[in-house]
Design a protein around this ligand. Sequence first.
Ligand SMILES: NC(=O)c1ccc[n+]([C@@H]2O[C@H](COP(=O)([O-])OP(=O)(O)OC[C@H]3O[C@@H](n4cnc5c(N)ncnc54)[C@H](O)[C@@H]3O)[C@@H](O)[C@H]2O)c1
Length: 326
Amino acid sequence: MTTVLVTGGAGFVGAHICKALAARGDRPVVFDNLSAGHEHAVRWGPLVRGDIRSAPDLDRAFAEHRPDAVIHFAANIEVGEGQRLPLRFWDNNVAGVVSLLAAMERAGVAPLVFSSTCAVYGEPDSVPITESESLKPVSVYGRTKLAVEQLLADVASVGGVRYAALRYFNAAGASPDGEIGEEHDPETHLIPNALKAAAGIGGRMKLFGTDYDTRDGTCIRDYVHVMDLADAHLAALDLLLSGTRALTANLGTGHGASVLEVLRAVESVTGLAPPYDVHPRRDGDAPILSADLTHARAVLGFEPKRSDIETIITDAWRFHKRAWGV
Ligand SMILES: NC(=O)c1ccc[n+]([C@@H]2O[C@H](COP(=O)([O-])OP(=O)(O)OC[C@H]3O[C@@H](n4cnc5c(N)ncnc54)[C@H](O)[C@@H]3O)[C@@H](O)[C@H]2O)c1
């Protein structure tokens, strides 16, 4: 049995990975300050309340639970907030990882799976995006994630950490049994907001831009089911535990859905059309972001199984219907 310290394990992606770890007999220990996560999502192991920027909090967790590895989700994630409060993002997302790596070194723990993001690419020169695409993030959020990738490479180069940087595209969906799902506040992601609007509890949707050079004029994004992400995390963890020193991989599907396609899929799954208003384009929204999966397939054996848009929305709706009581 492997014990894994899961920072941010009370959040959306982290909770699903904890469930997947427990399902194969591993022991997730959640380390979370509950600034954005939910205690009710911690169900598969203990919760250590603590902050990644606090050395005493981390030392206590490592001493008490003796993890073999760390999966690191804890971060500030809302892109707009990062633009307004860059210092908060650099402190939590970057200084937080310096603090975490130092604690891992003190505890003699080397394997670390890190939640990176397609935001490290900014507006790519070509799609689907390979890992060798130039890294030109256009947001504070993306820059903090890129800085952590560079930090990990530096520390790994002297043998201090063995890491996997997983660049997720748009994480979505929910546990197929409806037990846990996406509960951000504020929620900025398209699918839960479209479901909310369809259910009549979220007001009208804002659709930003219908004049992009895409098949229907709206932006295309690559939605990947959180359970498929879980499979990739387990594969990355196993590679690190068996000695892999560093890997970086995109996690998406290789094809995307446009905003209008998502809204239509929401209507076909729920039977309810999400009301929306069209607004002008937003700065910094690339027309198409989708992942080239060649590398993830080769190193992680990654093959998305639940990431078609209908399955993602069906699973998300099952969770939200119960959570919202609709
Ligand atoms: N959701 C996506 O589509 C997506 C896409 C790409 C990358 N990511 C990355 O995946 C990770 C998880 O995303 P999510 O959607 O689950 O976010 P989330 O906000 O649901 O979860 C983050 C968790 O980290 C905790 N946390 C934050 N700061 C902390 C700190 N200083 N100490 C301890 N705990 C702290 C929060 O309480 C929360 O439980 C993030 O690092 C995010 O950048 C997410």
